[in-house]
Structures are given as C-alpha cells and as structure tokens.
Design a protein around this ligand. Structure first.
Ligand code: SF4
Ligand code: SF4
Length: 444
C-alpha cells in the first residue's frame, strides 16, 4: 500500500543513507542533561564526587538517564537548551576503568507480565524523538489508556491500541539515521521481530505496519512482514513530509488524519522509529538502558550516520565526523524540522536525531513580508489547511479564529514557509498561536 494521503507536501531530493554507521571512540567526559524529552526533567540520584560505572542510573524520572562511561561525577552545571531554557547537566569524567554495571538478562521476555515489560522499558529510558519527544513508556500508556467512563456504571471506556507503526525512513530528507539502521537489518530482522512481539504483548495492538520508502528493500524485514502478515506502507521518498506521524498514522488506519487529538499516540496509534523499537529488545531481553543513539551528521551535502554516546558535545561529534571550524547555523535535527542552537557546546540527548551544520551562505533568513494571498502555501500543505490565513490569524492575535480554522491540525512541517514568496515565519506563527491558545485554556 502507498501513502499519498493528500498528494501535497514538497518535492526534495533525499540524502542517500551511507552503507556503514560509524562509531565514536569512548569519550573521556560526558555531560548528561537531566531533561532528555519534552516530559518533566529527571532528578539526579548521584552527587558530586560519586564514582559511577558504565550503565549506572544517574538521574531518575520519566526518561531515566544512565552514564555511558565509568568515572566520577564532577558536578552539575546549567546549559542553555535550543529553546533558551536552562537545563541542569550532570558532568562525569571518565577514569578509563571500563567498569560496568551487570545487566540482568532475560532469555524469555515474552513469558513475562506485560506490566513488568513496560516497567523495564521505562527504566531503560527509551525516548521517541519528534516534535514532542516523549518517553516510550508514557506513549504506550497514553495510547492504551481509557478514554472516559460510562456515566451510568462508571465503567472505563477503553479503546485498545489500533495500529503499531514502525517508521524505517527519516521524516526529514536530510537525515539518514533510520534508513541506515534499517539497512543494517537487511539480512537479519530477528531483533525487530522480538521487539514487535514484545510491543504486541504489551499493547495488544490490532495491526502492525512497517513504513518504508519506495526505494528501500531490506530483504529480511520484508520477509518478516510477509511471514507475520504485517502490512508494508510505502512512502514516496521524494515528497516531504510523507513519513510524518500524522500521515503514516492516516496511511495505517486508511482514514483521514485524526484531528481530534493533539498527538498521534492520543488517538490510539503508536508511530515509532525503528531505532526506538530495537531499543525495546535491549531493555527487556538484555536489561540494557539507552546509552547511545544513531544520528545523522550533515554538512555541505555530505552525510554520515554515527553511533554516538549520550552526553558528547556537538563540537566533538562534528570533529569526529571530520568537520571543524565556524558554522553559519547549527541545527539539532534536519533543516526542515530541527531546532537551531546558538552553540556547539551542548551535548547529545535522546531526542536529537541529527546535527545539520550549515555554512553562512546556506542559512535562510525569513523576510516576513506581508502575505500576498498567492495560495502557494495552501497547495503545499499536507494537512490541507489554509496556512496563509492561519498565519494571519496568529499574527494579529485572533486565537479563537485560528483554533476554529484547525490550527491544531498543523504538524509544523514547514512546507508553507518553504514555498512562501514573502518569506513569512509560518511555523513560528503557528507555534506561537498554539501556545497562546493552550495558555488561555489553562488560565480559563
Ligand atoms: S500549515 Fe502547518 S501543516 Fe500546513 S504546511 Fe504549514 S506547517 Fe505544514
Ligand atoms: S505562500 Fe506566503 S504569501 Fe502566499 S498565501 Fe501563503 S503566506 Fe501568503
């Protein structure tokens, strides 16, 4: 089945996934932000001067943090995140000992109680990166949670998880991490099989879907899907953002994107990246927490996929990828959906899928001229909105009008801004509008 929900979006050439995922030498120092997702920050469970082993829990919370090196905690400092907020960061210096915690392996995870497996996923600190990066355990809870109660009896109106969607293609065409991880499963998809069996055991989802680009042919994954009777959804790789959450969820359910929910998991569909799905195996079978992740490093059209320990600075990642010097703009993620950061002196977290290093001449500046009602944004919007009108509502503080015009259906893909001849800051206006509406709701 192909996903071509609206036939809109924008055509962009996609970066080619490299054959190998490069490793990084073990770092001698890491800085681990206590906020690794959009959820509440973790609380440190170690203090300055404590000795820690590789894999040890150092901060607990919705997405617990574990250290990828053995050494000593030298302090907690504050660093500015991309959104400007100050984030507390645990600083650990390695001692070169390689001392590691003993993980408790489990050879028969599918025989365990689903709640125990969900708790292992929570403890491993798995995070699904995205517009809102969320702890996987919270997403699963949300997707399967009751939707209300019968007034007469008080019985829970539960709705089971409908669709479990595994995305094997990066949403942003400049990122290659998911495609690289998928290419690594071309000959052996047994880990993916176990991960999905575990997720089915926990969620009782009705249907599994594997989302692949139209050029991806990972033989073992396709054979597994055929054997298990899982559907394969094909995405036109040249059209952005067809691998986005709302669009693949719509492709999986065969319905229009469900606009009633703010996030896709709230609608009972789980859209998970393939690297996150594989982390489930490490968590429930090997007892191993998330210590690293595969990211894309992009500069000047040259793309690398790298497996990087958490807490390594962007500057060190760029250096290991063969880049050095001054950048015009540093973007956490791809250029279409990522967030710009003013410095490379910030460490990798679980919610950062890549690093885009732009030269000064590549940096696009919004001009924010008045809308000329050309309608190009409406032609490009994959959610079939009228972005020109929505952006004006947001610009002039007409929040109620914006909400009525389906502001919350906007997936912040940026297609409208990409085609806008007036260079308007479309996504920023939509985001500001959403924040204002939510703030109004909170204060009544
Ligand atoms: S209005 Fe939202 S969903 Fe539509 S193109 Fe713009 S950013 Fe994308
Ligand atoms: S593309 Fe830009 S100028 Fe044209 S209608 Fe949309 S917002 Fe207005």
């Amino acid at each position: 089945m192909d996903i071509s929900f609206s036939g809109r979006g924008i055509r962009l050439s996609r970066a080619e996934a490299p054959d190998v995922v490069l490793g990084l030498p073990a770092p001698t120092k890491v800085r681990l932000p206590l906020r690794q997702s959009s959820s509440t920050p973790c609380v440190a469970v170690v203090e300055k001067g404590d000795e820690v082993k590789l894999g040890q829990l150092v901060a607990d919370g919705p997405a617990p943090v574990h250290t990828p090196i053995a050494g000593r905690v030298v302090g907690i400092e504050e660093l500015p995140a991309a959104d400007g907020s100050a984030v507390p960061v645990l600083v650990i210096e390695g001692d070169g000992s390689g001392g590691s915690v003993r993980y408790e392996a489990d050879g028969i995870p599918l025989k365990r109680d689903p709640e125990l497996l969900l708790e292992r996923i929570r403890q491993a600190g798995i995070v699904q990166a995205g517009r809102e990066s969320l702890p996987l355990a919270d997403m699963i809870e949300e997707a399967r949670s009751p939707r209300g109660h019968l007034a007469a009896t008080g019985a829970a109106l539960s709705r089971p998880v409908g669709h479990l969607v595994v995305r094997c293609l990066d949403v942003d065409p400049y990122l290659v991490n998911l495609a690289s991880v998928t290419a690594g499963l071309a000959k052996d998809a047994s880990e993916l099989d176990l991960a999905l069996q575990v997720l089915l055991h926990i969620t009782a989802a009705e249907q599994v879907h594997i989302v692949l680009g139209n050029g991806q042919q990972p033989a073992a994954v396709l054979a597994l899907a055929a054997e298990r009777d899982w559907s394969v959804l094909r995405v036109d790789e040249a059209v952005y953002p067809m691998a986005g959450d709302a669009l693949v969820a719509a492709g999986a359910s065969g319905a229009e994107p469900d606009v009633a929910w703010r996030r896709v998991d709230e609608s009972g569909t789980l859209v998970l990246d393939i690297d996150v799905v594989l982390q489930v195996v490490a968590a429930v079978r090997d007892g191993r927490p998330v210590l690293d992740r595969v990211i894309t490093v992009w500069r000047g059209g040259r793309v690398k996929a790298m497996r990087v320990p958490m807490g390594v600075s962007f500057a060190d990642i760029a250096k290991a990828a063969g880049h050095d010097g001054v950048y015009g703009k540093v973007i956490l993620g791809g250029p279409l959906q990522g967030l710009a950061h003013h410095t490379t002196d910030f460490p990798l977290t679980k919610s950062i899928p890549g690093l885009t290093l732009q030269e000064q001449k590549e940096v696009v500046h919004d001009r924010n001229e008045p809308c000329i009602s050309c309608g190009l944004c409406a032609m490009a919007c994959p959610m079939r909105l009228l972005p020109g009108m929505l952006s004006r509502y947001c610009e002039y503080g007409q929040w109620a009008d914006a909400e009525q015009a389906h502001l919350f259906t906007c997936i912040e893909c940026g297609c409208c801004a990409y085609v806008c001849p007036a260079g308007r800051s479309m996504v920023q206006l939509m985001v500001q509008g959403k924040n204002e509406v939510l703030a109004t709701r909170r204060t009544g």
